[in-house]
Design a protein around this ligand. Structure first.
Ligand SMILES: [Zn+2]
Length: 134
């Protein structure tokens, strides 16, 4: 009777361990996949492509001021889903370094928005304004 209890205890422990490792693995895998998704490398549903007209240092490290109220600008992304077979596809770049995206692709276009007055401006326009000021 004592032996049966011990065996049962071991069996339950193993079952719990297996269950736990499965659920943890699943969670980590999901987290990892989402991280990769965020980087725009792969996606389970709709691939994401970032459209940068400025480098990340310029966007995130340099301070940018609102042309209207001189407030601090924050970078934001507008996302549009475009199908590679749709007429508007010609305005978007579906190419990857070694292949081409097909089907629905989410394009994320960055821009600046003023935290005070909500004024929006593209990276290119901001660069042009800053160059004019100097
Ligand atoms: Zn402003």
């Amino acid at each position: 009777m004592k032996k049966l209890g011990f065996v049962l205890f071991i069996a339950i422990s193993i079952a719990l361990l297996v269950l736990c490792s499965y659920s943890c693995d699943g969670r980590y895998a999901d987290y990892f996949e989402r991280k990769i998704e965020d980087m725009g490398l792969i996606n389970r549903s709709t691939p994401i492509k970032y459209v940068y007209s400025a480098n990340p240092f310029y966007v995130h490290l340099k301070r940018h001021y609102c042309p209207r109220c001189n407030g601090v600008m924050k970078a934001k992304y507008n996302s549009t889903i475009v199908n590679s077979n749709s007429p508007e596809a010609e305005f978007y770049d579906f190419s990857l370094p070694d292949s081409r995206l097909i089907g629905d692709v989410e394009f994320r276009v960055g821009f600046f928005v003023c935290e005070d007055c909500d004024y929006e401006i593209s990276f290119d326009e901001m660069k042009r304004l800053e160059a004019d000021k100097q």
